[in-house]
Design a protein around this ligand. Structure first.
Ligand code: MN
Length: 748
């Protein structure tokens, strides 16, 4: 590089540093700025010989991260200093001690956290999860570590173009998996959307480019529409002397794509591609009243859809989001999403908790993020969950929206979506969960497996006699409840085995069998169990009783004992062989048909069953999954569980293929949507029952404002028949959409 080019670069570095300072200016103290200057000089010197993959001077990166830290996250001087220094210890010869000596203990501690968590992502997935857990533990010491890491990741995503494709994909996936959910949870809406869009650019480049293009093509038309839509509202707001700004923003690419997939519609039919946002400049004491006043003005002009009113002002989301959302009918006959909020609310929505603190600093008590951290720490501490489970639960808790429910005293609780009464019970107290008999939801008695909805008031009914049961594990969603149930079950089993041990002692005396370890082991082998504990347990539950023990004793007395005396190993060997045939038919079957498991032949032939989560039927692309207790389960390749199973337990996946057989019927379901026409239900059932070999198992219909939505569960032989039926149903008058579903969503 020649002198002139170097000189030009140096000027550019200084320019970028100056603009960093200028974004800091409004709120930062003189000392703060001095410290930032020191950090900049330090980092610039340390990285002087480094370049990024793009060929640019390395220092561009720390400066950019520091800018994100101030501008987009809203942190102060210490964090800016740490952002500038964040790669120094990792990538240069400077040590943590140098940082400590030159800056401070506090800064060194944050840099230490940042250095430790970076680089951990180059490992296998389980190591990654474990490290992510540690990362969150570190976060509980100082949240700034995680926020700076988030800024670092955001800048790396923005500059991902210069990396080789293989690395792009890895980093993009990791971003989707860990960082976007984290940003969401911390309430950084803008960062979350940007991370998701940037990731999608690399994970699904074609879809991404198509949507970008379509957005560009429709931009002018959209601008005109928004202009004419907002005009009448603008006029009234001005007449009422309200101080406001109007923004119209399109949804992020990834959320448009999400809607297209979820609603199964093309781009053109996603009606809420954009939302119109009214941002009011109100003093804090009048915020709520002003927002509702604006709401009233908007809905005086345009008819709202009452089902789509969301009031996150009275009850903010757990991540701090506050806003009033409604959907109104425009004069062009299109639904338009309208968001109403104040400047402060908008700030919090875009910048998340950092902005939240800014407004809430003076108030005492536990802040939302402390609550969140406490919850994370709780999950981290529970020994039951392994690292990967933790990630799954964590993701589950992040992705699904939350529901808000109330205790009988009106105290508010936030739970992940699809939590049940039992989850709620465990969220109150472990003992309440363990003794949960049922619940009253809105004063009506419900089973403990009842799924809760936002706004439910839940009262738990307990009984001292109640104990956790194995099937409870199917009723709960939260990691907390799962962990507590598992450990209670373990305790129960232990206690029962203890009783069983005493019973067995008595019985052995009765049959004159010595109670010694050898004899116990013989019993364990005889009953094909794996440990004495299982034996005691089976005795306690009566599975092994008087009759079974008597048979054993008499067999021992007869030839069994003699042959045992002749060859002490004969008996055990035989049992061992028996055990293998009994316990391991799956592996044997797989050995015989190493490549593909043929299904549909005869149900008895093989221990396989159809997984209820996606209900595959002949003709579907499927795979087998070897379960521990249930033989092989057949899933559809596009079952939502499949991705997870494939990635976590690849070694337990078995290729599977259908062989044609018309004699077995499989349960499947279809969803029908349309306009509520007279006689429609009859036409529908007629069509289904006229089809040969199709049996309706259950039908459920909802009508709502002249539209209907129905779920029909039926027994059917194969996909050909099902597709045929779907085609026929589509032709019925009033039916607009028919789609296949995996399982019955609401059996209750
Ligand atoms: Mn970095």
């Amino acid at each position: 590089m020649d002198q002139a080019a170097l000189e030009k670069e140096r000027t550019e570095i200084v320019k970028r540093y100056r603009s960093l300072l200028s974004v800091c200016r409004p709120s930062m103290s003189k000392e703060g700025r001095k410290l930032i200057r020191q950090a900049f000089v330090f980092a610039a010197k340390a990285h002087i010989d480094h370049r990024r993959k793009s060929g640019e001077p390395y220092i561009y990166h720390p400066i950019a991260v520091a800018r994100i830290v101030v501008e987009e996250i809203g942190l102060g001087a210490t964090s800016v200093v740490c952002a500038l220094l964040h790669d120094v210890v990792e990538d240069t010869d400077y040590t943590l001690d140098d940082i400590r000596n030159y800056f401070s203990e506090e800064i060194a501690r944050i840099i230490d956290g940042l250095t430790k968590i970076s680089g951990i992502f180059d490992q296998t997935s389980s190591v990654q999860a474990e490290n992510f857990r540690k990362m969150l533990l570190t976060l509980s010491d100082d949240v700034r570590v995680i926020l700076i890491k988030l800024a670092d990741r955001l800048h790396n995503m923005r500059t991902l173009d210069s990396l080789p494709p293989r690395k792009q994909l890895k980093i993009a996936n990791e971003t989707l998996y860990l960082f976007a959910p984290l940003a969401h949870r911390l309430g950084f809406h803008a960062i979350k959307s940007e991370l998701e869009d940037l990731a999608m650019k690399y994970t699904e480049p074609e879809v991404y480019q198509t949507i970008v293009q379509k957005l560009a093509d429709t931009k002018e038309q959209r601008t005109r529409f928004i202009q004419s839509f907002t005009q009448p509202i603008r006029k009234v707001l001005q007449r009422e002397n309200m101080d406001f700004a109007i923004q119209a923003r399109t949804k992020s690419i990834s959320s448009i794509w999400g809607k297209m997939k979820k609603k199964e519609v093309p781009f053109e039919e996603v009606y809420d591609i954009f939302a119109v946002r009214f941002i009011l400049n109100s003093p804090e004491y009048r915020e709520k009243a002003d927002c509702w006043k604006a709401y009233s003005i908007v809905t005086d002009i345009y008819q709202p859809n009452p089902d789509r009113l969301r009031d996150w002002i009275s009850t903010p989301k757990a991540n701090g989001y506050e806003s009033l959302h409604t959907t109104v009918m425009s004069r062009q006959g299109k639904w338009v999403e309208v968001q109403i909020r104040t400047v402060r609310m908008d700030d919090v929505a875009e910048k998340g908790y950092a902005a939240h603190w800014k407004y809430k600093e003076s108030k005492s008590g536990e802040s939302g993020i402390d609550k969140w951290l406490r919850r994370i720490r709780e999950i981290l501490k529970s020994a039951e969950t392994d690292a990967l489970d933790f990630i799954d639960d964590f993701k589950l808790n992040l992705f699904s929206d939350e529901i808000i429910v109330f205790t009988p005293k009106g105290e508010l609780r936030t739970l992940p979506m699809s939590s049940t009464a039992l989850d709620f019970a465990y969220s109150i107290h472990t003992q309440v969960g363990n003794n949960c008999l049922g619940a009253k939801v809105n004063h009506k008695l419900v089973p403990l497996s009842q799924q809760l909805k936002s706004g439910d008031q839940v009262e738990i009914i307990t009984s001292k006699k109640q104990q956790p049961k194995t099937d409870w594990l199917n009723y709960v969603t939260t990691a907390r409840a799962k962990g507590k149930i598992k450990s209670a079950l373990k305790e129960q089993r232990k206690a029962q085995a203890e009783e069983g041990k005493e019973i067995l002692e008595r019985k052995l005396r009765h049959f004159k069998i010595d109670n010694n370890p050898e004899n116990i082991q013989k019993l364990v082998d005889y009953f094909k169990l794996s440990a004495p504990l299982d034996l005691y347990y089976d005795v306690a539950t009566g599975k092994i009783g008087q009759k079974e023990l008597k048979t054993y004793a008499s067999e021992q007395e007869k030839g069994g004992l003699l042959s045992y005396l002749r060859n002490p190993f004969a008996r055990t060997k035989e049992t061992q062989a028996e055990k293998e045939t009994a316990v391991d038919p799956i592996r044997k079957q797989l050995k015989e048909k190493p490549d593909t498991l043929l299904i549909g032949d005869s149900m008895e032939n093989l221990t396989y069953s159809i997984s209820p989560c996606c209900n595959p039927i002949p003709g579907d692309d499927v795979f087998g999954f070897v379960t521990i207790h249930d033989g092989i389960k057949i899933h559809r390749n596009n079952c939502p569980n499949a991705v997870q199973l494939m990635s976590k337990y690849a070694y337990r996946i078995v290729k599977a293929k259908w062989v044609t057989d018309q004699s077995i019927a499989f349960l499947s379901g279809i969803r029908v949507k349309g306009i509520d026409e007279l006689g429609l239900l009859k036409n529908l059932t007629d069509t289904i029952s006229s089809e040969y070999n199709v049996n309706i198992r259950n039908i459920h219909f909802d009508t709502h404002h002249g539209t209907f939505e129905g779920v029909v569960m039926l027994y059917i032989n194969d996909t050909k028949r099902l597709n045929n039926l779907i085609r026929k149903i589509k032709k019925i008058k009033g039916v607009e959409k028919v789609s296949r579903i995996g399982k019955m969503e609401s059996e209750s």
